[in-house]
Design a protein around this ligand. Structure first.
Ligand code: GLC
Length: 428
């Protein structure tokens, strides 16, 4: 943990990186795959402005003017404890906080710049507070780190001036080294925007070799210009073919706190997104943008609490779900584990829930939330789950568990092609 003498740890950059087998990688990433659901936290000087984390660039704010925000960023001590408690209540298993966003302000006690929380009005190491809070609730810890830097003198010049690039890359590797050296075990490193350099320019291979030496077992995302451990579809859900993936999304439209952004997603939308991620074998990293004082916007608290209540009862359909071939319904999403199909009904149709084109036999069914048995009637093209309550028994989604005799699959085209038509000339 960050002590008075904290600093960088020298790493032999020339040390060969051990070649990992697919099995070793799977073992290293097992906790992450099972976690499924994480909390992203965007918090920095932009939280004071409360006008989106890109305000500095999008409004063209001069650096000298923007820096003044560091005098007003004085969050309440240990704000992260409430975030971690909320993450736990929401059923999230890991937390990723912005240690430095594009604005360049470092949230930790760095030796490499004075533009950091402990040396400005805040006076405290916010990364240290975050790590302690996360661990206290049993959360795995991730650091977001933006390579792009709008504050550092070499942040743009590095693209055209080799001396500037050298300085800036040394600075960057130094900051990443501190983050990996001074806060105990780190589970995820989440790079962002590598403008204006490519992986060669950032010396990403060397940087990530250093990271892995300092933090064996760490999981690294794909935004330092090399694929590393997982892909990061942003604001949409897109399963990768042969690579682990995590969809990151906001709860309204902004990552950083934006006072006027009232475009909140419902708990139903959030639950559906989580189900979609689980169906495709991916993770869902869902953002909160705390205010400058560290408090969480109320709509985020309400929604995460509601989703957590649902997950508490229905988590087995999410956390250890395997990729699922069943996909098609106008009112439900699907996940799978072995031969068990989970039907997540978000628009409740009433007493009967019908799924077309299932190609397996359903041996039995029940409601996941309370275990109540559900009657199953299977026809050639339709499986009906009958005798259900008229009003959805769970919220925001009701999950029906169908135990099948093989891995659940669905063929809806077969319905269109093969469902017997009326004979020619026969009127109905
Ligand atoms: C984008 C944005 C940034 C945000 C990130 C999260 O890259 O530039 O503001 O932090 O997405 O994925």
């Amino acid at each position: 943990m960050m002590g008075a003498g904290a600093s960088m740890i020298a790493v032999d950059a020339a040390a060969p990186q051990s070649q990992e087998t697919p099995e070793e990688r799977a073992a290293r990433m097992q906790w992450w795959h099972e976690a499924r659901f994480g909390m992203f936290i965007h918090w920095g000087l932009y939280s004071v402005l409360a006008r989106h984390e890109w305000a500095m660039e999008l409004e063209g704010i001069p650096v000298a003017e923007y820096e003044q925000l560091a005098k007003r960023f004085t969050p309440k001590p240990n704000s992260a404890r409430a975030w971690a408690k909320l993450a736990k209540a929401a059923g999230q298993k890991y937390m990723v906080m912005t240690t430095k966003h594009h604005e360049g302000f470092c949230q930790w006690n760095t030796k490499l710049t004075n533009y950091c929380a402990p040396k400005q009005a805040c006076g405290r190491d916010l990364v240290h507070e975050f790590v302690e809070a996360a661990h206290a609730e049993g959360m795995r810890v991730g650091f977001y780190y933006s390579l792009m830097d709008w504050h550092h003198p070499d942040g743009a010049k590095c693209a055209t001036d080799e001396a500037a690039r050298r300085r800036f890359v040394d600075y960057t590797h130094g900051l990443v080294n501190e983050l990996c050296s001074n806060y105990g075990k780190l589970d995820v490193l989440w790079y962002d925007v590598h403008w204006p350099l490519d992986a060669a320019g950032w010396e990403s291979e060397k940087m990530n070799a250093m990271v892995r030496q300092l933090q064996p077992g760490i999981i690294i995302n794909n935004r330092s210009g090399i694929p590393e451990d997982f892909d990061t579809p942003e604001q949409h859900i897109q399963a990768s073919k042969d690579h682990a993936w995590e969809a990151c999304m906001t709860m309204n439209d902004s990552w950083g706190y934006q006072r006027a952004d009232d475009d909140w997603k419902s708990s139903k939308t959030i639950a559906r997104n989580l189900i979609t991620c689980a169906r495709g074998g991916g993770n869902y990293l869902l953002n909160i943008g705390p205010k400058a004082d560290g408090s969480i916007p109320q709509p985020s608290i309400d929604t995460l609490t509601a989703v957590g209540k649902w997950l508490h009862k229905n988590g087995e359909a999410i956390y250890t779900a395997e990729p699922c071939k069943v996909h098609s319904s106008a009112f439900a999403g699907f996940t799978r584990k072995g031969n068990t199909l989970y039907i997540h009904v978000h628009f409740w149709p009433g007493e009967t829930v019908a799924v077309g084109g299932l190609t397996v036999k359903v041996n039995s069914a029940r409601l996941l939330a309370n275990g109540a048995k559900v009657r199953v009637v299977q026809e050639p093209f339709r499986t009906r789950f009958e005798g259900l309550p008229a009003v959805a028994p769970d919220s925001p989604v009701t999950t029906i568990v169908a135990e099948c005799d093989a891995e659940p699959d669905q063929n809806t085209l077969a319905i269109r092609e093969n469902r017997p038509r009326r004979g020619v000339g026969v009127d109905f």
